[in-house]
Design a protein around this ligand. Structure first.
Ligand SMILES: *[C@@H]1O[C@H](CO)[C@@H](O)[C@H](O)[C@H]1NC(C)=O
Ligand SMILES: *[C@@H]1O[C@H](CO)[C@@H](O)[C@H](O)[C@H]1NC(C)=O
Length: 263
């Protein structure tokens, strides 16, 4: 669901409707270049706050313990989120984590570009057998029929590794090293809606089941969140990224949103 992207907007009360977040949409105007991630970008969150580099906190704050970084909702409005400072342009992104339990609680791993290409992993706090895998191209939300569930056991109790192998030809979602979904370029509206522009990595937790959210969002999230049962915590052990197009920065040379226009 596109709801995940709302968490970066920081407008906590209207989380579910903030929809998307872009500083400057390069399909609409001239925008600054996107700083490029190095060829290898790894973070071991078990090492603690002082050694975590290359991320900005876009909402809330994190705590650390020997399992990694903890993204916790203690009360209504909490939605701690981090975002990589730099962008990858095709690459391999691996996140080892344990999702949060809790009714209506969503743990998410999102890749998103400035023209709103997006790739998601979303964990519903009360769904113990699968994770949602979704994507959007150029912010196209005319239909919500692209989500597929991937089987995984006890994502709220056990650490698993969720990875994406993203090239200009295909996007593969992998769980614990096994490919569970493949999207070919041509299968996303002939490539037009295939995620293909430089993206940041965003990790966060939010209450899709907040009683102020729309009924449809609350239902999707698995029901109303009861904050008296907080804290709700997602734990991220590590992130490893290989950027297939390392460099200094990415320039959008036109307004097509095509990967061919990125220099
Ligand atoms: C948006 O997505 C719909 C359905 O997936 C598709 O039919 C339509 O062509 C897309 N629009 C654009 C502008 O790509
Ligand atoms: C990613 O995909 C490319 C192209 O299909 C392939 O060569 C590579 O081995 C894949 N990497 C991983 C880690 O799966």
């Amino acid at each position: 669901m596109r709801f995940s992207t709302s968490l970066v907007a920081g407008a906590l009360a209207s989380l579910a409707y903030a929809q998307t977040h872009t500083e400057c949409n390069p399909m609409e105007k001239d925008c600054p270049n996107n700083p490029a991630m190095s060829a290898e970008f790894s973070t071991d969150f078990k090492a603690g706050a002082a050694s975590v580099k290359g991320w900005k906190q876009t909402a809330g704050s994190l705590a650390y313990n020997n399992e990694g970084a903890q993204f916790t909702i203690n009360k209504k409005g909490d939605a701690p989120t981090i975002q990589s400072e730099t962008y990858l342009f095709f690459g391999y992104v691996e996140v080892k984590c344990k999702a949060s339990a809790g009714q209506g609680i969503i743990s998410s791993i999102v890749l998103q570009s400035e023209d709103l290409d997006e790739v998601d992993w979303e964990f519903i706090g009360t769904t113990k057998t699968n994770v949602q895998m979704n994507y959007f191209g150029k912010g196209n939300t005319t239909t919500y029929d692209r989500m597929i569930e991937g089987a995984v056991s006890n994502p709220q109790q056990e650490f698993h590794t969720y990875a994406l192998n993203w090239t200009s030809e295909s996007l593969v979602w992998l769980i614990d090293g096994k490919a569970v979904r493949t999207l070919k370029y041509a299968d996303a509206v002939g490539g037009k809606n295939f995620p293909q522009t430089p993206m940041t990595v965003r990790i966060g937790i939010w209450a899709g089941g907040d009683p102020d959210n729309a009924q449809g969002v609350i239902e999707w999230a698995g029901g109303k969140t009861d904050y008296s049962k907080a804290p709700f915590t997602m734990t991220v052990e590590s992130v490893k990224v290989t950027n297939y197009s390392p460099g200094t920065e990415y320039k959008w040379t036109d307004k097509t949103g095509s990967f061919k226009s990125i220099e």
